[in-house]
Design a binder for this molecule. Structure first.
Ligand SMILES: Nc1ncnc2c1ncn2[C@@H]1O[C@H](COP(=O)(O)OP(=O)(O)OP(=O)(O)O)[C@@H](O)[C@H]1O
Ligand SMILES: O=P(O)(O)OC[C@H]1O[C@H](OP(=O)(O)OP(=O)(O)O)[C@H](O)[C@@H]1O
Ligand SMILES: [Mg+2]
Length: 286
């Protein structure tokens, strides 16, 4: 039997663009944005479902979808029996408690017996229970930040990223209760055939992510500082060093992690490197 994996993606929202872009970079083509809620890939055995994000963990638990991309916040809040397969590195945000900007904050005990509006009653309830705070949780499904200004609650607990939504609604963040990013979730049990397709997909996702996190570096170095420079550029195995036409100089090619980039590049320059080229990598396979 020829298996096809079904992958649930958010139809339209904060997870959608990065999810669609990732599959594109993995070389998996499918149509989206046409209003159709289902699409079959033209070059990979996968079918895509476009859904509300809150429904994705349930579809995966029930086996209607084999995989889904959701925020960790939604995966925990919905408490469905799914497994986390991979962290996607996008849609990073936090779930935070916020209060009106003019009020002072003396700590979480301040919310004892107060009203808090949120779309995350489970995450908030667990957090408050852990802190020994009893509060009235008002569950609302969106536009949570409006609650204090209309007298619905003294505080809110909602997603924060840049903080601009809080700012424009006269609120300030006082407590982070959960940190989240998009994750790939899968059903607890899966056939061997489908697992083989998931492995193939993960191989591509990891190659795309590794490429994003690294840069290809080409530079010229005087031979007497080659040891120092190559020690700062370990690369995937070791750097490539080839002689230049100019006597006493070599060309060094290597790969450098984005996180170490600025610090290492300063040290490399200080060691005598010149003509440094930094080039994006499209795919990276270890
Ligand atoms: N401002 C943000 N920055 C980064 N990530 C965010 C932000 N807001 C939400 N997210 C993450 O993206 C997920 C989806 O957010 P979005 O606001 O699109 O959800 P939604 O309005 O519930 O969408 P849907 O219509 O699919 O139910 C959230 O669960 C969270 O993990
Ligand atoms: O800190 P910020 O960068 O302002 O982001 C936070 C906002 O982003 C999300 O809403 P979104 O804009 O996705 O709209 P929604 O309420 O319709 O989901 C979230 O619910 C917050 O309201
Ligand atoms: Mg939703």
């Amino acid at each position: 039997m020829n298996s096809v994996i079904r992958i649930a993606l958010q139809k339209s929202g904060r997870l959608s663009e990065d999810s669609y872009q990732l599959f594109k970079e993995c070389g998996i083509r499918f149509d989206y944005g046409t209003g159709k809620l289902k699409s079959v890939s033209s070059n990979f055995p996968a079918e895509f479902l476009f859904l509300r994000d809150d429904d994705i963990p349930g579809y995966v638990e029930d086996g209607v979808a084999d995989l889904g991309i959701v925020g960790e916040n939604v995966a925990v809040e919905t408490a469905r029996n799914v497994r986390t397969i991979h962290k996607m590195g996008f849609s990073k945000c936090r779930l935070s408690i916020a209060i009106p900007r003019g009020e002072t904050w003396s700590g979480i005990q301040q919310l004892q017996h107060k009203n808090i509006a949120t779309s995350y009653p489970r995450l908030l309830g667990n957090y408050l229970a852990g802190e020994g705070v009893q509060a009235n949780i008002h569950e609302i499904s969106g536009s949570v930040e409006i609650a204090p200004s209309i007298g619905l609650a003294e505080a809110v607990c909602d997603i924060v990223s840049s903080g601009s939504t809080l700012l424009s609604n006269g609120l300030k963040e006082v407590e982070v209760i959960f940190r989240s990013e998009a994750i790939l979730v899968g059903a607890q049990t899966i056939s061997d055939e489908k697992q083989a397709l998931i492995d193939k997909l993960l191989f591509r996702i990891k190659a795309v992510q590794a490429a994003k996190n690294n840069k290809y570096i080409v530079l010229n170095a005087p031979n007497d500082s080659l040891d120092k420079i190559t020690s700062l550029l370990p690369g995937m195995k070791s750097p490539t060093v080839t002689p230049l036409a100019t006597e006493g100089w070599s060309s060094v090619h290597s790969v450098l992690n984005e996180n170490d980039f600025w610090e290492n590049i300063e040290a490399i320059r200080a060691a005598g490197a010149q003509g440094i080229l930094v080039i994006p990598i499209e795919k990276m396979i270890y």
